[in-house]
Design a protein around this ligand. Structure first.
Ligand code: TXA
Ligand code: MG
Length: 323
C-alpha cells in the first residue's frame, strides 16, 4: 500500500484496521486534524462524542474519498454536483438530503434527514479513507469547546489517551475548518465560514446570507454555552490597537507603534497566511506569563471571515463552570 510522506504503510494498515474494529483514529486533513471513526458504526461514533466530551449530539461531517462514495450517501442536486466538481477535494462541506438507503449512523447526523459530507484534500486523510474503505465521521480532534488542532502534537496533548492512532501529516495548510454550506434548503445557507471563501462560493451560488452570528447562536441556546468555542484558556480581546500589561499581542499586518509583539499572523496582511497559523499561535500563547490574548483587527474578507468567526467565539463569554 502506498503511504504519503510522514506515515509508513504499516501505520496506515494498522490505522485502517483500527477504524474497521470501531476504534478512534486521529488524522491530518488540510483544514485541521480530525478525530475519525467508522461512520456506519453507531458504537464507534458514540466513542467520538465521549472522547471529545461533547455536551450534546451535534451532527458530524462525513468524510469520503470519491464522488461516487459521496453520491451513495446523499441526494446531489445539480448545484451540489457543480460545487463538488469545483471544490472537492478541499475545505468545503455540503449539507444535503440523506439518500434513502444511506448507511451512515443516525447518531453521526444527530437523527437529521440531512447529512454533511466532504472529500478532504490532504494525502494522509485520503490514504486512510482509501485503506479503511469506510466513510469516516470526523469532528476536529480537540476536546469540546477548545481550539482545533493543526499539528499532530496538539492532538497528542488533548486526546492522546483516547485514540488508537494519530496519523501525522505535518502542519495543516488551511488552518481553519471547512466552510459548511447547506444545500438542503433553498436558497442555500452558509452555516459556517471556513476554508473556502464566501466570495468564491458566491460566484456559483449567488449571494449567500451570512452565517449565524455568535450572538444569534448564543441567544438560541443556554447562555454562553454555544457562543464560547474554539477557545484558549486565557481570555481574548479583539480589535486591539495596543497591548495592556500581561497581554500577548498578536499582530496582523504592520503593528501600531512600538507594541511588543507576541506573534505576527501575517506581516503582509494576507488572510490565508493568517488562517494557517491562527490556532497554533493561540495555543502557543495560552500560558503564563500572559493573562490575556489581544488580537488586532482582521479584515472581514476571504478567509478573514472564518478567522473572525473563530476569534469572536474565542472572545465570547464563557459558561460558568459547574462544580
Ligand atoms: O474542516 C473540518 O470541517 C473538520 C475536519 C476534520 O474535516 N471537521 C470539523 O467537524 O470541523 P466539526 O464536527 O467540528 O464541525 C461540524 C460542523 C458543525 O458546525 C455541525 O453543526 C455541522 O458541521 N453539521 C454537520 N452535519 C450537519 C447537518 N446535517 N446539518 C447542518 N449542519 C451540520
Ligand atoms: Mg470542531
Amino acid at each position: 500500500m502506498n503511504a504519503p510522506p510522514f506515515i509508513t504503510s504499516d501505520d496506515l494498515d494498522r490505522a485502517a484496521r483500527a477504524v474497521r474494529a470501531g476504534s478512534l483514529v486521529a488524522f491530518a486533513t488540510e483544514t485541521v486534524y480530525g478525530l475519525g471513526a467508522d461512520a456506519t458504526d453507531d458504537r464507534a461514533v458514540a466513542r467520538i462524542f465521549a472522547a471529545k466530551g461533547r455536551p450534546d449530539f451535534n451532527p458530524l461531517i462525513i468524510h469520503v474519498d470519491t464522488l461516487a462514495a459521496a453520491r451513495s450517501l446523499a441526494d446531489f442536486t445539480p448545484l451540489a454536483l457543480a460545487l463538488a466538481d469545483r471544490f472537492w477535494p478541499g475545505p468545503l462541506t455540503l449539507v444535503l438530503q440523506r439518500s434513502a438507503d444511506c448507511p451512515i449512523s443516525l447518531l453521526a447526523s444527530a437523527g437529521l434527514d440531512t447529512i454533511a459530507i466532504r472529500i478532504p484534500a490532504h494525502p494522509v486523510a485520503r490514504a486512510l479513507l482509501n485503506a479503511a474503505r469506510r466513510p469516516l465521521a470526523a469532528p476536529s480532534a480537540n476536546r469540546s469547546g477548545r481550539i482545533s488542532p493543526t499539528r499532530a502534537q496538539d492532538v497528542a496533548d488533548e486526546l492522546g489517551d483516547k485514540v488508537a492512532f494519530i496519523l501525522d501529516g505535518g502542519d495543516c495548510a488551511v488552518g481553519v475548518e471547512s466552510t459548511v454550506l447547506d444545500l438542503s434548503q433553498s436558497p442555500p445557507r452558509l452555516l459556517r465560514p471556513g476554508g473556502v471563501a464566501q466570495e468564491t462560493l458566491e460566484t456559483m451560488t449567488g449571494p449567500l446570507s451570512a452565517a449565524p452570528s455568535v450572538e444569534d447562536q448564543a441567544a438560541r441556546s443556554s447562555p454562553g454555552l454555544l457562543a464560547s468555542h474554539y477557545a484558549p484558556r486565557l481570555p481574548v480581546r479583539l480589535n486591539a490597537i495596543d497591548a495592556e500589561p500581561g497581554e500577548a499581542f498578536i499582530a496582523f499586518g504592520p503593528p501600531p507603534g512600538a507594541v511588543p509583539l507576541a506573534a505576527q499572523l501575517s506581516a503582509v496582511g494576507d488572510v490565508g497566511e493568517a488562517a494557517a497559523s491562527l490556532f497554533a499561535t493561540l495555543r502557543s500563547l495560552d500560558r503564563p506569563p500572559f493573562h490575556r490574548i489581544a488580537v488586532m483587527t482582521i479584515p472581514e474578507t476571504g478567509l478573514g471571515r472564518a478567522i473572525n468567526d473563530r476569534l469572536r467565539r474565542a472572545a465570547a463569554p464563557r459558561p460558568v463552570p459547574k462544580d
